[in-house]
Design a protein. Structure first.
Length: 252
C-alpha cells in the first residue's frame, strides 16, 4: 500500500518514464498523459474523477497479460484461431491505434522534432486507414469463407447451394495474394530512423517511439500467425470440405 501511495504522488512524467504502459492505461481512462506530465497521478485522477487505485490495478492487470505462443495457437482448431485474430483486430482498432493517433496528434512539437512530427501527422492517418481497410477486407473474405466452410461441413447448407463453393477463388489463391503486413510500417520506420530516440527527447516523444515500435512488433507477429497458421489450416479445411462434397455428388 505504501508503494502505491508513493505512485500516487509521483509526477505522471516520472511514472510513465518508469513504465510506459501507464500512458496507454491513462488513455483507456480518457486521460492524455502528455497534457499532465508535471501533475501527480493523485491530482490527475481527482480532476478526471478516477480512482487512482483503479488505475494502478488496471496497470498491474495489463502487465500480467500473456499472449499465447504460436505453438499453443497451433494446437487449437481453426475456429479458436479466428476468434483470437478477431480479438486482436478489435484491440488494434479500439485501443492501440486510437492511443497512437492521440499521441501523434497531441504531443507538443519541440523545435528539433517539428519536421518529424509534421510528417508523422500526415503519414500516420494514411497507415491507420490502410490497416483498418486490410482488417475489414480479411474478415469479410477469409474469415467469412472459413465460417461458410464450417457451415457446409456441418450440413447446414443444402448440397445444391454448397457446391457453389467450387466456383469461388481457392483459399490457396487468397494465401498467395495475401499481403504480408510485416512491413506496412516501413515508411514510419524510415521516417523515425528505426525509432531512434535521442538523449534529449521528451517523455512524450520517447513513449511515442516505444509505442510505434511495439505496434510494429505486434503486427509482424500477427502477420506470421496468419501466414504460418491460419492459411495452412484454412487450406486444409477447404480441401477436406471439397473432398466430402465430391463424394456426396458422386453418391447422389
Amino acid at each position: 500500500m505504501h508503494s502505491s501511495k508513493n505512485k500516487h504522488r509521483k509526477s505522471i512524467a516520472e511514472l510513465v518514464t518508469e513504465n510506459h504502459v501507464l500512458a496507454e492505461v491513462l488513455h483507456y481512462f480518457g486521460i492524455s498523459f502528455f497534457q499532465h506530465e508535471q501533475h501527480s497521478l493523485e491530482e490527475v485522477c481527482a480532476k478526471y474523477k478516477v480512482n487512482p487505485f483503479q488505475v494502478i490495478a488496471e496497470l498491474e492487470e495489463w502487465a500480467g497479460r500473456v499472449e499465447p505462443t504460436k505453438d499453443e495457437l497451433f494446437l487449437h482448431p481453426i475456429g479458436v484461431l479466428v476468434g483470437y485474430l478477431k480479438k486482436k483486430h478489435r484491440h488494434f482498432i479500439r485501443q492501440a491505434l486510437p492511443f497512437l493517433t492521440s499521441l501523434v496528434e497531441g504531443i507538443a512539437m519541440e523545435e528539433q522534432q517539428k519536421c518529424l512530427i509534421t510528417d508523422l501527422r500526415l503519414m500516420f492517418p494514411l497507415f491507420v486507414d490502410d490497416f483498418i481497410h486490410h482488417i475489414h477486407e480479411e474478415e469479410d473474405t477469409l474469415f467469412e469463407r472459413i465460417a461458410y466452410l464450417h457451415e457446409i461441413e456441418s450440413g447446414a447448407i443444402p448440397l445444391i447451394e454448397a457446391i457453389k463453393v467450387f466456383e469461388l477463388p481457392s483459399i490457396q489463391k487468397m494465401a498467395d495474394e495475401h499481403d504480408a503486413h510485416d512491413d506496412e510500417m516501413e515508411g514510419i520506420r524510415k521516417l523515425t530512423n528505426d525509432y531512434e530516440i535521442s538523449g534529449t527527447a521528451s517523455v512524450s516523444m520517447r513513449v511515442l517511439f516505444i509505442e510505434l515500435q511495439k505496434l510494429e512488433k505486434e503486427l509482424m507477429i500477427h502477420a506470421k500467425i496468419e501466414n504460418d497458421l491460419l492459411f495452412p489450416k484454412a487450406v486444409e479445411l477447404e480441401r477436406e470440405v471439397l473432398r466430402r462434397l465430391r463424394l456426396q455428388i458422386k453418391n447422389n
